[in-house]
Design a protein around this ligand. Structure first.
Ligand SMILES: Cc1ncc(COP(=O)(O)O)c(C=O)c1O
Length: 383
């Protein structure tokens, strides 16, 4: 299909680490370069033309992204999913237990370990969450249920609508970690029924690093304590106290990542032109084929549930995953992730030493798949 003009690094390496961070299209880099040439002034902080222009550009991206993700009420920019999830754990006035799962990335687990009064964990089964297991754990004392929509270890897509319904039946809030779903699936936050949705801009949305966000309903915005306070987030300050701006500004004190958000807007345009469905078709097909071909090799164990995206976790018998990743790069210029993928509990009982993870994206093709598998075979022949 030839997207290498848009992603020049694909000419140099076989990039299969898109679950960690995706490559960014040239058009996004161009937009950020233009930003430095054409823009000055700060967001929301001035009446001069440059400040007004940059504010308008930033707000346009917010509006476009809200439409793209089906966000009805508020979308707050953060620097990544981790910041968005920490903002929830620290700032939500939760009166009751938090329910999360053993499938989570550490960014949706450790903040709750620190901040929840009571934490209950639902066990995943081979990378899959079952709504029935939530029925056992969620009760009227539950204040919040939070799950990842797509596992970063297994690529498995979770039944978030059903889990959200269980949370709401018990009066609990429902927070989705959308780090691996935004841009990879046709996400509609409102339709899913999530009260909060955390996401990264630098993964499926193809944006630059240092971008992400947190979507929330009006009701949540009224309750959530901002993570940061200061310039831009307040409308009045007296010796006695301060008054917060309405959402989303109350959650965005300080100068935002303006060039990053402008770049994210350009990435979003790129993704929309190509189509999320098409992007998903490409990465998923390659993921399925990689899983099947790896499973056919002696000494390879594959961890990929049926309903998965373009992510394939696997291990080679007797090999440390980091050594495999390093050889994939040295022999075949194939870039993959290895280890625990910041999700140690998710690997318990299946691959406690960690796995090698190949994650495909829209810029990968059959040649990438072949090079990857040929290199795995070469590594296996060393043993
Ligand atoms: C499921 C999941 N949640 C959260 C994160 C954290 O994302 P970020 O590094 O953008 O904060 C990741 C990163 O890989 C992830 O895969």
């Amino acid at each position: 299909m030839g997207l290498s003009d848009d992603f020049p690094l694909t000419e140099e390496v076989v990039y299969l680490d898109s679950a960690a961070t995706t490559l960014t299209p040239v058009s996004a880099g161009d937009a950020m370069k233009r930003f430095t040439e054409e823009c000055g002034g700060n967001y929301g902080r001035g009446s001069h033309r440059l400040a007004r222009d940059v504010t308008r550009r930033y707000e346009n991206v917010r509006e476009e992204l809200s439409g793209f993700l089906g966000v009805e009420d508020h979308l707050v920019f953060t620097k990544n999913s981790t910041e968005a999830l920490n903002a929830c754990a620290r700032g939500l006035p939760l009166d009751g237990a938090v329910v999360t799962t053993t499938l989570e990335h550490h960014s949706n687990l450790v903040p709750w370990m620190r901040h929840a009064d009571e934490l209950r964990l639902v066990e995943h089964r081979g990378g899959v969450l079952r709504p029935g297991d939530f029925e056992e754990v969620v009760d009227d004392d539950t204040a919040l249920v939070t799950v990842t929509q797509v596992s970063n270890v297994y690529g498995s897509v979770q039944p978030v609508e059903d889990i959200g319904e269980i949370a709401h039946d018990h009066g609990a809030l429902f927070l989705i970690d959308g780090a691996q779903s935004a841009g990879h699936l046709d996400v509609d936050v409102d339709e899913i029924g999530a009260d909060l949705f955390a996401f990264s801009g630098h993964k499926g949305l193809l944006g630059p690093q240092g971008t992400g966000g947190l979507a929330m309903t009006e009701a949540v915005a009224a309750e959530l304590e901002p993570l940061l306070l200061g310039g831009g987030g307040v409308h009045s300050v007296t010796p006695e106290g301060y008054g917060l701006e309405p959402a989303p500004q109350r959650f965005e004190s300080g100068t935002p990542n303006l060039p990053g958000v402008i770049g994210l807007g350009a990435s979003l345009d790129y993704l929309r032109d190509l189509g999320v469905k098409r992007a998903r078709r490409i990465s998923r097909r390659l993921g399925i084929e990689a899983g099947e071909r790896l499973s056919g090799l002696d000494g390879v164990e594959v961890f990929r549930p049926e309903n998965s995206t373009g992510v394939v976790s696997f291990s080679l018998d007797g090999w440390n995953p980091h050594d495999v990743a390093s050889l994939l790069d040295r022999i075949g210029s194939v870039c993959v992730r290895s280890g625990h993928h910041c999700a140690i509990p998710a690997l318990k009982g299946s691959a406690e030493e960690g796995t090698v993870r190949a994650s495909f994206a829209l810029y990968n093709d059959d040649d990438d798949l072949d090079t990857f598998l040929e290199t795995v075979e070469k590594i296996l022949s060393i043993t």
